[in-house]
Design a protein around this ligand. Structure first.
Ligand code: HEM
Length: 423
C-alpha cells in the first residue's frame, strides 16, 4: 500500500498514520481476506512501534497500538469478540477493570454512554441510507430491499429515542428515513474529530456482506448498554453500603430503563437477512458474546454466580472476570442483605429498593428470553461461535435468577413467548 510505505519511509509518526486508507483496504475485502503482504507490513510497524525509542505512553502511540492489535487479531490467532467489535477503539471496556468506578461523575458518565449509543445506531442507519441511495460501495453483497431498509430506519429510530430524550433531544416524527437523516446530521455536528475517527476505525467486518455492518453496530450498542449497567450497579452497591436506599433505588431504576428501552435493538437485528448472516458468520468463528466482559461483570455484580456456572464456558470464556468473582467481588445481592441485616436499610426505602431490584431482574430475564428467541430464529440448530451447543445453552441459562435476595415481580412477568422476535 502506497500510503503505508510513504508513511514508513518518512518519520513514521503515529499522529500521521494512514488510518483511513488502511481501514478502507480492510473493508474492501473483509478482515478475513486481507492480503498477507499488508498484514506483514502492519505487523512490522507494530514491532517498530514497540521499540524503546518510541514513547508508547502518548495518546497517538496508544491509538496506533490498539488499532494494530484489532487489525491483526486474525493474523496473530487472537481474534475474539473484543477485537471483532474493536471495543478498545470505542473506549468501551475490554477487560474487567475491577470494581473501581469510571472516575467520572454520574451525570457525565450517563451522558457519554448515551452519546456513544446514539452515534453507533445513527451510523448504522446512515449506512442503510447510503446503500439505498447507491452512494456507497462498502460491503456491496446481499443489499437489503428498500422495504427492509425502511423497516430498519423505523426500528433504529425507536431504539435511539429514549437515549435522545435523556440527552434532551427528540427524534423528528417525520418519515423514518427523514428522521434518520436528521439524526445523522445532528450526530455529525455534535461529534468531535476523535469520536468520528473512533467510529470509522471500529468498523472492520470479516466479510463484504451488507448486513454485517448492522450486526457489528448493534453488538457495539449493546456493549455500550452493558457498560452503562455496570456503572449503575457499582453505584448501587456503594449506595447500599452507605445506607443510601433512595440513591440505590434510583441507580437500579436507571439500569432497568436503559436495558428495557434498548430492546428495539433486538428487533432491528432481527431484520438481518438469515442467508446474509450465515454467509459472514462462516468467518466469525471464535468471536462470541460469551466473551463479553461487560455482560459477565454485570451479571456477577448482581449476585455471585454459583459454582457450576463459574466452571462452565460462561465464565471460562472470561477468565479475569472469573478470577475477580473468586476473589470475592461485592454484589448488589450481598450489599442488600448486609444493609437490611445491619439496619441500614428498612421501612419504605427497603421496600423501594426491593421493588427496583425485582424490576431490574425482570428486565434482564426479558433480555435473555428475547436473545434466545432471536438466536433460535437466526441460528436454528447450529452451534455457537463461542463453542457452546448454541441455543440449548441459551435455553439453559435464560432463567438463572438475577438476584437471590429478591425475586422478579410476578406481575411484571409476561407469558412465556412462543417464538419470533418483537417487531
Ligand atoms: C444474530 C443474533 C445472535 C445470535 C444468533 C446469538 C447467538 C448466541 C449464542 C449461540 C450464544 C451462546 C454462546 C456461543 O456459543 O456463542 C450467545 C451468547 C451470548 N450472546 Fe448472543 N446471539 C445473537 C445476538 C446477540 C446480541 C445482539 C448480543 C448483545 C451483545 C448478544 C449477547 C450475548 C451474550 C452476552 C452471550 C453470553 C450469554 C451467557 O453466557 O450467559 N447476542 N449468543
Amino acid at each position: 500500500m502506497r500510503e503505508l510505505t510513504n508513511w514508513l519511509s518518512g518519520r513514521a509518526d503515529p499522529d500521521s498514520f494512514p488510518y483511513l486508507p488502511v481501514t478502507a483496504e480492510f473493508q474492501r475485502s473483509g478482515k478475513h481476506f486481507v492480503g498477507k503482504e499488508l498484514l506483514a507490513l502492519l505487523d512490522e510497524i507494530r514491532a517498530r512501534s514497540r521499540a524503546p525509542a518510541i514513547d508508547e505512553g502518548s495518546a497517538s502511540a496508544r491509538l496506533l497500538r490498539d488499532f494494530l492489535d484489532v487489525a491483526l487479531d486474525k493474523w496473530d490467532g487472537r481474534y475474539d469478540y473484543r477485537s471483532y467489535l474493536a471495543l478498545s477503539l470505542l473506549g468501551l471496556p475490554c477487560h474487567d477493570d475491577g470494581d473501581i468506578g469510571s472516575g467520572r461523575d454520574l451525570a457525565t458518565a450517563r451522558r457519554d454512554r448515551d452519546r456513544l449509543f446514539v452515534r453507533l445506531v445513527a451510523d448504522a442507519l446512515a449506512f442503510e441510507s447510503a446503500a439505498a441511495a447507491g452512494t456507497t460501495d462498502l460491503l456491496p453483497e446481499q443489499r437489503p430491499t428498500p422495504a427492509l431498509g425502511a423497516k430498519r430506519h423505523r426500528l433504529g429510530i425507536r431504539a435511539v429515542s429514549p437515549a435522545l430524550s435523556r440527552l434532551g433531544l427528540a427524534a423528528t416524527v417525520d418519515h423514518p428515513a427523514v428522521a434518520a437523516a436528521a439524526l445523522h446530521a445532528h450526530v455529525v455536528a455534535d461529534r468531535s474529530a476523535t469520536e468520528e475517527r473512533a467510529l470509522r476505525l471500529s468498523m472492520l467486518p470479516v466479510y463484504v456482506a451488507h448486513d454485517e455492518y448492522l450486526f457489528i453496530r448493534v453488538l457495539q450498542a449493546y456493549e455500550c448498554t452493558f457498560a452503562a449497567l455496570v456503572d449503575e450497579l457499582r453505584d448501587t452497591i456503594a449506595a447500599l453500603a452507605d445506607g443510601r436506599g433512595r440513591a440505590a433505588a434510583e441507580r437500579l431504576g436507571a439500569a432497568r430503563d436503559r436495558l428495557g428501552t434498548a430492546a428495539p435493538l433486538f428487533s432491528l437485528l432481527a431484520s438481518m437477512q438469515p442467508e446474509s448472516f450465515r454467509t459472514f458468520r462462516a468467518y466469525t468463528e471464535g468471536a462470541s458474546a460469551i466473551q463479553s466482559r461487560s455482560y459477565k461483570v454485570m451479571e456477577s455484580l448482581c449476585r455471585t454466580p454459583e459454582g457450576p456456572r463459574l466452571d462452565s464456558a460462561a465464565y471460562r470464556s472470561v477468565p479475569e472476570v472469573r478470577d475477580r468473582v473468586l476473589a470475592g467481588r461485592p454484589s448488589v445481592d450481598t450489599a442488600f442483605r448486609a444493609a437490611t441485616r445491619d439496619g441500614r436499610l428498612d421501612g419504605p426505602d427497603r421496600a423501594l429498593v426491593e421493588r427496583r431490584m425485582g424490576e431490574f431482574a425482570e428486565a434482564v430475564l426479558q433480555w435473555r428470553r428475547t436473545h434466545h428467541r432471536l438466536a433460535t430464529r437466526l441460528l436454528g440448530e447450529r452451534p455457537g461461535t463461542g463453542y457452546t451447543e448454541g441455543t440449548p445453552y441459551l435455553a439453559e441459562v435464560r432463567a438463572i435468577p438475577v438476584f437471590t435476595a429478591v425475586a422478579p415481580d410476578p406481575d411484571l412477568l409476561p407469558p412465556e413467548p412462543t417464538g419470533g422476535c418483537p417487531e
